[in-house]
Structure formats: C-alpha cells, structure tokens
Design a protein around this ligand. Structure first.
Ligand code: FNR
Ligand code: 8K6
Length: 350
C-alpha cells in the first residue's frame, strides 16, 4: 500500500507537487570540463520527470566550492544556458525541478579550481579533514583558511546570486545544501566551527551564516521557492558533538518562523540513531519543526508511505533506487519489481 505517495501535495500557494515522491539530490560527476550540464544529463533528468519534485545533483555556487570532478556549476552564462536545456526538458515532460546549491567548504580541493585563479580552501575554521579524496589517492585534503567577516558577506551574496541564476535557468526553486558536512553544515557543528567571533561558540552565532544564506536567498527569489537540507546528526565529513544539539534546536526554531518551501533531512540511513538527538535525525527534527518535512535515507516506497501515514514526515525523497530505476514512480504505482541499485551504476547516466 503506497497510495498516499500518489496524492498531490501543495508546498505553498505557488507550488503544488503531482505526488509525494522526490528524487533526492545525487552527485553524478558528469558535467563537462567547464562544469556545464550536458544533453545526456537533460535526458537523465527528463526520464525521472514523473517525480513530484526533482532535486538536482548538488550545483556549485562558485569555483572554490568544488571537491569532486565534473560537478556542475551555476556561476557562468554557459552553465545557466546548459541548465535551461535541462529544466525545459523536465517541464515539457510535466515535471518540476529545484537546483541544489552547494559549496563544499573544507571538502574542496584546489586541484579542481586553481585555473579560476584561487588556490585557497575556505571553511569556518582552520580545521582540515584527514586523508585523501575519494578515488584520488594522490590528493590530500588541505587545512582550510578560516573565512574573514568580509569573505562571509561575499559568500552570502554568491549564494543569493546563484539562486537568482537558478531561476534564470528555469528551475522552479532551490534547495540550499546545508547538509552532509559541507560549508553551511561546517558552521553548525563544533567539530568544524571553532570560531570565537559572532559566527562561533553559541547556538545563535553558529546559526548566523546559515540563516543569512536562507534569508538572502528568500529575499532574492522568494521563501516559497526556497528549501533547505540539513544534517543535525553528523555522519559524513564530520565528527559528532553533543553540543551540536543546542545549535540545531535554535536553528530549527528560527526556520519555523521563515515559511520555507520545505526542510529536507540529509542522511543515508534514517534508521541511524544519534544519542544527542534522542533518536533518528527525522524524529528529532519533527519534534521541533512543524512545517513541511522531507524524509529520506534507505527507505523503500512501502516504508516511506507508512512513515508518512504515521506523520513522521510529509514527503519522501528517494536516492539510489532512482539511479537504478529511471521509471521509479511508475514502477511503484503499478506495483512492479524494482531493479536493485549497485555502485557500478554510477559510471554511466541511464
Ligand atoms: C548522494 N547524496 C547527496 N546528497 C546531497 O544532498 N547532495 C548530493 O549531491 C548528493 N549526492 C549523492 C550521490 C550519490 C551517488 C549518493 C548515493 C548519494 C545523498 C542522497 O541525496 C540521499 O540522501 C541518500 O542516497 C539516501 O537516500 P537513498 O539512496 O537511501 O534513497
Ligand atoms: C563518480 C561518483 C562520485 C560520487 C560522489 C558523491 C559525492 C557526494 C555524496 C557523498 C557520499 C558520501 C557517502 C557517505 C556514506 C556514509 C554512510 C554512513
């Protein structure tokens, strides 16, 4: 029984989704050398247009946010034009698509962006990640430079400009990538934020940059077209700290006042429990935040449908099964069997 997944859902007065299944953001590393989306990417997304909403793979707001090869951007005219081909095709097929706006912070590497003229990796504090990049053993992470006050102001402006570029490129809205240990999330966890100025130490200070990004983007394109993804439970690129709980308590209360299109959990398996959150990431967020919540993380359609029926969240995002099954929505609706995901599927866009 997955009937409730096929009910339309109004995010607000502007946007109504045709069903409650979202395609989760999935980095595929398939943009061209100028980080422009390709025709193959347009076709890949269009095959999935039956989703209530597609969240694009994470898209760079500027060059120094890049930490993986061939991840697309939204900061040059060619990138905007490339995305317009994608959004037009998705719209023609009856779908909706948001751009996920991304800066990786300390997970970036100059190998990818030094040709832009910058070689500096930036983050809230000069605390580096251990080890080397995935599948690029010769590249070790750098110790980042702690951003200055002026650089923070510039970052906020660059997020807002990327959001405006997304609308220009035909996206229906944006999801701010505040999850998975990247730049915005680095401000929200004590592991990566050791600042002693107005962006560190207290919950209010640590939430200041993330909320400034939310507010600047909402002012630029409308809060009805702005969503946010967060990871209150540290699980990737980050170490957990029980003091992070107070930061998210404060952040979520502030977000409650802002009427965003939705809030989306960033997690790979929502069965994971965090001591300092008193349970799973989604149950913690639901206990504080009453507006539209997107659940995700190793859910089958049946489990997600049951979670929605039990009011654990409102919308279900599906990641890996959507890589394996372009026609995921139709298969679930018809009760057809799904193809199982495997990591080898990441080498081509189907
Ligand atoms: C991801 N995920 C992810 N999350 C995100 O916020 N932005 C991104 O660009 C990506 N990229 C990405 C690539 C790949 C190959 C995987 C497998 C995952 C996380 C993703 O959105 C989702 O949260 C997880 O995959 C869990 O959902 P499923 O796959 O269990 O349905
Ligand atoms: C060629 C494919 C490259 C895919 C890059 C994906 C980058 C973003 C996703 C981060 C994946 C991290 C996986 C962490 C799993 C943690 C589970 C506890």
């Amino acid at each position: 029984m997955t009937d409730n997944l096929f009910q339309p859902f109004a995010l607000n007065e502007t946007i109504t989704l045709q069903n409650r299944i979202l395609m989760a953001p999935l980095t595929r590393c398939m943009a061209d050398e100028e980080l422009v989306p390709t025709q193959a990417m347009a076709e890949y997304y269009t095959r999935r247009a039956e989703a209530g909403l597609i969240i694009s793979e994470a898209v760079l707001i500027r060059p120094d946010g890049q930490g993986y090869p061939n991840t697309p951007g939204l900061f040059t005219p060619a990138q905007i034009d490339g995305w317009r081909v994608v959004t037009d095709a998705v719209h023609k097929a009856g779908g909706k698509i948001f751009a996920q706006l991304w800066h990786t912070g300390r997970v970036a590497h100059p190998h990818f962006f030094e040709k832009s003229g910058s070689t500096q990796v930036i983050a809230p504090s000069a605390v580096g990640l251990e080890g080397s990049l995935p599948r690029m053993r010769e590249l070790n992470y750098h110790v980042p430079k702690a951003v200055s006050h002026d650089e923070i102001v510039q970052l906020v402006a660059d997020y807002a400009q990327a959001a405006a570029n997304a609308i220009d490129a035909g996206f229906d809205g944006v999801e701010i990538h505040g999850a998975n240990g990247y730049l915005i999330d680095q401000f929200l966890h004590h592991d990566s934020n050791r600042r002693t100025d107005e962006y560190g130490q207290t919950a209010e200070n640590m939430a200041r940059f993330p909320l400034a990004v939310v507010d600047a983007i909402s002012a630029r394109i409308g809060n009805d077209r702005t969503g946010l993804r967060v990871s209150p439970g540290a699980y990737v690129n980050m170490a957990g700290d029980s003091r992070d709980r107070a930061v998210f308590d404060y952040l979520l209360a502030e977000l409650e006042l802002r009427d965003l299109a939705f809030l989306h959990i960033g997690i790979f398996d929502d069965a994971m429990e965090f001591d300092y959150l008193g349970g799973s990431a989604s149950s913690y967020v639901r206990s504080i935040y009453s507006k539209t919540l997107v659940g995700v993380g190793s859910y089958s359609a049946e489990m997600g449908s049951a979670a929605i029926a039990a009011d654990k969240f409102d919308l279900l995002a599906i990641g890996r099964p959507f890589i394996a099954n372009p026609d995921y929505v139709a298969r679930v609706r018809e009760g057809d069997e799904l193809v199982e995901y495997s990591d080898e599927m990441l080498t081509s866009l189907v």
